[in-house]
Design a protein around this ligand. Structure first.
Ligand SMILES: Cc1cc2nc3c(=O)[nH]c(=O)nc-3n(C[C@H](O)[C@H](O)[C@H](O)COP(=O)(O)OP(=O)(O)OC[C@H]3O[C@@H](n4cnc5c(N)ncnc54)[C@H](O)[C@@H]3O)c2cc1C
Length: 332
């Protein structure tokens, strides 16, 4: 057992050598910074002040050798070799992680997506930031789903589940789940959320990466936030889009430009309302300089990597203003 201390708030917990520091922190109900839990997204990159860790394999782009030499590590891959002191400001901010039952109140299936509404127990408060996710516990496994509704919608949350044929949770949703069933989940998790600034924002998502963006924009809509927003939402084909009515609603009140991007090579050229190509191509058509912006990217990890490269290396976005949530498949 090693002791982990988080400064400046001096929070302590123990970790065994066979679990990662992130897993131990979550077990102790601390929402350590993280997203993919798989060494791909770099959301959990943290500075070690004291102590030694060893790392399981990870994508070297997320933690460079130079960053490692400067003392940075990836919490989702790090095992403590000694007592460790980590620098994580504001660790006590945020909402407590809970395990809760929720009743399914509706299941709306559109093409490959199911939108599931979950009613939370009236006597157990559940707070979260727009952008965070939950882990649904099913058949002994955990599956992560971003919350697609605003925290200001009381006692109910919505998740968007893509159908992966053969997938444990997908098959359960498509073949077994019924209204009034109870799902257990753990949350809120993750650190993806809107920053409290006035910078113009660019949101880029693919597929159900729309869910956390929808939560953030719904929240901005309720708050009558007039920040400049550009939203790129990529899908392969027109049928993959869902919840387009909410975009029409946002257009009436938010300062928003929405670009729906179709990536399928033979997408109909008559799709006049759509950009034909990848979200990254649409981004570089619209922007030459993102130095005043914040970028929020969600969805498949390779898209997020490309957006990061383009935004930070070509369009002058400050690295600390890039926020992402990578939908990495769970380790079964
Ligand atoms: C932080 C976070 C948030 C997420 N939010 C959402 C969300 O809002 N909506 C959503 O639909 N998913 C989301 N995911 C992905 C989700 O957790 C599951 O991985 C996914 O739903 C598949 O689960 P399953 O049990 O159906 O399939 P599994 O049983 O896990 O996998 C079966 C097979 O399906 C394929 N597969 C599974 N997941 C993926 C994937 N992401 N990309 C490509 N192929 C895959 C693989 O071939 C895999 O072998 C999120 C993931 C993370 C880490």
């Amino acid at each position: 057992m090693s002791k982990i201390t988080i400064v400046p708030d001096n929070v302590e917990f123990t970790v065994s050598s066979d679990e990662t520091i992130l897993d131990a922190g979550l077990r102790h109900k601390l929402n350590l910074p993280h997203s993919c839990k798989n060494g791909v997204c770099s959301s959990c990159k943290t500075k070690i002040i004291e102590g030694e860790v060893t790392l399981d394999s990870y994508n070297p782009k997320t933690l460079t050798d130079s960053e490692r030499e400067q003392g940075y590590t990836l919490l989702c891959k790090a095992h403590a070799l000694s007592d460790v002191v980590l620098d994580i400001p504001n660790i006590l901010d945020g909402f407590p992680i809970k395990i809760l039952p929720a009743k399914v109140t509706s299941i709306n299936k559109a093409h490959k997506i199911a939108i599931i509404n979950l009613k939370l127990p009236a006597n157990m408060a559940f707070g979260f930031y727009a952008g965070q996710y939950i882990e649904v516990m099913i058949k002994g496994k955990n599956r992560s789903y971003s919350i697609g509704s605003s925290p200001q919608q009381k006692n109910e949350i919505e998740i968007h589940v893509k159908n992966y044929p053969g997938g444990i949770f997908s098959d359960y949703v498509w073949n077994e789940l019924k209204i009034d069933n109870i799902l257990r989940f753990r949350g809120p998790l993750g650190t993806f959320r809107l920053q409290n600034t006035n910078n113009p924002i660019v949101c880029i998502c693919t597929g159900t990466g729309f869910a956390p963006i929808k939560a953030i924009l719904e929240d901005m809509y309720i708050n009558e936030d007039q920040r400049e927003i550009t939203l790129y939402w990529g899908n392969r084909e027109i049928e993959d889009y869902y919840s387009l009515d909410v975009i029409e609603k946002w257009r009436k009140k938010l300062n928003i430009k929405v670009v729906l991007c179709l990536s399928k090579k033979d997408a109909p050229t008559t799709a006049a309302d759509y950009f034909l190509g990848y979200v990254t191509s649409a981004l570089v058509e619209d922007f030459t300089d993102l130095s005043n912006h914040e970028v929020y990217a969600c969805g498949n990890p390779s898209m997020i990597e490309q957006v990061f490269e383009i935004a930070c290396n070509k369009l002058e976005l400050l690295r600390e203003r890039f926020f992402s949530d990578a939908f990495i498949p769970s380790v079964i």
